[in-house]
Design a protein around this ligand. Structure first.
Ligand code: PLP
Ligand code: CA
Length: 302
């Protein structure tokens, strides 16, 4: 039985959890990998869950890649997944436009990387900006006659390692001057891991810049927003109570799992420590916690 207090994952409740859920939703960074390095025991654990017939889904807030690019990353790390098991915030941004009947005649200005552009194009939209504006310079701000495209109907902001003043200015014009222009953020994570050792500024940093200049607030499509759950539910014949969200971050993964009614398992292989969990200022409590996801395998025993 699940109580209000988070419980350490024991053999008994690992067994119960696996028996009682049909699908495991895994956050990626901090659970599957750290930057570009696979976390120990992940491949065997996923294989065990698959052999028990569990559905697996991977939900990442990192918008830099498309689902196709993520599938490649999984394969290069020796894990077999299919593209439709991956839900990235880049895909969520494209799906948000789709379900809101965004006109394919309009353009989408992107502060972000190729993952967002790819997903927009797969969904039938035209993404502009992003990598193609990486080298544009801001000299034009001396000459304030920059013309922006009035047919831009949405600005999507995600992680952009080539953000520059030109992009900020262009997106600001779109948001301030194009009537009804949507402001979509893939996610607002403050930081992330692009390699195994270093924490780097996340999309929250780029989103924050755009909030300041546009004086608007974005629609967030990544975790903890529940938007992606609508898509996940279409894949399955069962509801959220038959799912377990496994994540390393309280304010994105665990909150996402809880607000959609999934069971939740916090792992300490990413950004959260046991003392963060127990800190009185933390109000987000998972059902279970453990050091790493492969404990699910080890606790089952031989
Ligand atoms: N945003 C950025 C820029 C990141 O580097 C990461 C992790 O690498 C994330 C977000 C969070 O990704 P996830 O949801 O897989 O933990
Ligand atoms: Ca994570």
């Amino acid at each position: 039985e699940i109580s209000a207090e988070p419980q350490p994952l024991s053999s008994a409740n690992a067994r119960n959890l696996i028996d009682s859920v049909e699908a495991f939703l895994f956050d990626c960074d901090g659970v599957i990998w750290k930057g570009d390095k696979l976390i120990d025991g992940v491949a065997d654990t996923l294989e065990m869950l698959r052999s028990k017939g569990k559905r697996l889904v991977f939900v990442t807030n990192n918008s830099s890649k498309s689902r196709k690019q993520y599938a490649k990353k999984f394969h290069s790390l020796g894990i077999s997944v299919s593209e439709d098991e991956i839900f990235s915030s880049s895909f969520a941004a494209a799906m948000f436009l789709k379900v809101n009947n965004f006109s394919p005649e309009k353009k989408v200005y992107v502060i972000g990387e190729s993952g967002i552009i790819e997903e927009l194009e797969l969904a039938g939209f035209t993404g502009v900006g992003g990598p193609e504006d990486a080298k544009k310079t801001a000299d034009l701000y001396l000459d304030c006659s920059i013309e922006h495209d009035k047919s831009v109907g949405a600005v999507v902001v995600g992680l952009d390692r080539h953000i520059n003043y030109y992009k900020l200015q262009y997106a600001t014009f779109c948001l301030r001057e194009n009537p009804g222009c949507l402001f979509i953020a893939t996610n607002r994570d403050a930081t992330g891991h692009l390699n195994a050792s270093q924490e780097v500024p996340g999309a929250g940093c780029m989103v924050g810049a755009m909030c300041a200049s546009s004086e608007k607030e974005p629609i967030v499509v990544g975790k903890p927003s529940t938007f992606m759950m609508d898509f996940l539910l279409k894949k399955f014949e069962f509801g959220c109570s038959k799912m377990c969200m496994v994540g390393d971050r309280l304010d994105t993964d665990i909150l996402f799992g809880q607000s959609t009614g999934c069971k939740t398992l916090l792992v300490f292989s990413g950004v959260t420590t046991q003392s963060n969990l127990q800190d009185p200022s933390n109000h987000i409590q998972p059902d279970f916690y453990t050091s790493k996801m492969s404990d699910l395998l080890e606790l089952l025993g031989p």
